[in-house]
Write a protein that binds this ligand. Sequence first.
Ligand code: ZN
Ligand code: ZN
Length: 410
Amino acid sequence: MRAMVAASKHVSFDELCSGLGCKDVYHPRTPSCLASVWDMNQRSMKGCIQLFASVYALQLILHRRKINREYLKHHAKNYARTVLAGNLASTFSVIFCCTSRRLLGGFYRYTVLFLPTMLSAFAVVLERREKKEIYLCSLITMTVEYVIRHLARTGRLQLTKLRMCASFMLLNTAAMYLMRCNSIEMLSGINYWPFIPPRVEKRSCKRREDSDQTDCKTSVCNHSGSCWRHVFQEATKYLLLGMAVQMLRVLLPQFRRVVVHPAEQLQNLCVLKNFSLAMFFGSYVGIYHAVVCLLSQLRGQDSEVHAVPAGFLAGSAFWFYPKLTTLLMVGTTVFQQLTKRGQALGVVPRSDFLMNCIFAFFLGAMFHCRIVDQEICHPVFVSMMNAISGGRDEECRAVYLRLRDNYQKR
Ligand SMILES: [Zn+2]
Ligand SMILES: [Zn+2]
């Protein structure tokens, strides 16, 4: 593996592709460029319809309480927009790649993967701003993960569990504090981190409608009932959520086997490592609420600052689920919250065009990495690209590997 990587460093992409035509590199199944555009359009349409149907169906399950005729109409419209954006991006990537080859007379490192993907990624303009924000956060997380894995592979960075846990605790402290300080408007939309700390509720008195008496809030916490009950309820809720997510992740890829041998698969499921996400989520939320409640009771009032020790200690739950992606997700959340704060203060521009440009750049860069260096790319990105391009990226990668192997045999 290391030899392969070392050898690949000496082969330039331009050298590999010199003298080759479109059908040798970009569309091996269809010799004609026009036929290839049509082929990509059809395959991508099928892939996008299937991929986004499952994503939007999951959203319907999560928002089942909001479902009504109007919501379903809105949801269907958004689904169509997402499918169209994915389909246009895939189709245009072929058009841009074939056009650049004809104009430049050959394939060059950045004109075959990076530039066509970057230009076609502007199809994201069809998406709503909220969705774009989430896509961008995911792309940033996956790109940083790629860079870190690349540094770790070359020995320039050591990823130990202790280092990652300490980094998570610090980043989580910042994320919790910022989310507690930021206004409700800043937290509106889709949040990247699954846990949003409850806001500080100021003591208030409300006048009853039926009499002149007033009801004053006597509890120092922002929940009803006892603190013990609140901590236990919240921790259990997230423990069950973690369990459900991990079960789906384990069972979905082997769905057929689950149907044929359900008992055997259930036995395999009851392994301790399959409960790591549940233990992470449960203890993370439990510790956070327990610390905030304890400090509120001791000081006689709740405060945004309580998120600092609570976020730090809750971060220790990372030990149960020490994944680099989780660490980077909380890092991206800090970035997202800081950006929102900067936008509210007028320091960071709230420009849709800028967001589209950053998204397009990161997608182009990541697609390039997915083809030439798939080993350290996030598997979710690889599967998404595979679905959106209708398997076309896999063919490109196969061609790239074949060209590289032929070069090394020379
Ligand atoms: Zn072509
Ligand atoms: Zn409490």
